[in-house]
Design a protein around this ligand. Structure first.
Ligand code: SF4
Length: 106
């Protein structure tokens, strides 16, 4: 049985998936060889989007999420990604990265 909470979760996940596929093409990066890594990061982003209304990076610990949201530095795509294509979550990988696959779709 599909619950309302599940359909919100699915919609959030699918929204983040669409964003990631578009941004991978834009940034000329690729998803991880292991699609499970990509899926876990997207789930984390979707959960933060549902909770906070913004895709706060899911791979970091925050003392105070509200001030991080305000600062904007770790909203995906975060500043390190925008400035130098550095994604510590391994969502967006450069071709030379060890675990980069050849897919920009999940
Ligand atoms: S490290 Fe940056 S680009 Fe990668 S998932 Fe986190 S916020 Fe997004």
């Amino acid at each position: 049985m599909v619950t309302i909470a599940n359909s919100f979760a699915d919609a959030s996940f699918n929204g983040m998936k669409r964003f990631a596929e578009l941004y991978a093409r834009y940034s000329e990066t690729y998803f991880c060889l292991d699609p499970g890594v990509t899926a876990v990061v997207l789930q984390g982003l979707a959960k933060h989007k549902e909770t906070f209304g913004e895709p706060l990076c899911p791979c970091r610990y925050y003392e105070d999420e509200r001030s991080e949201l305000k600062a904007g530095y770790w909203l995906c795509p975060c500043i390190p990604m925008q400035e130098r294509r550095q994604c510590d979550c391994m969502l967006f990988l450069k071709t030379e990265d060890d675990f980069a696959g050849d897919q920009q779709t999940l």
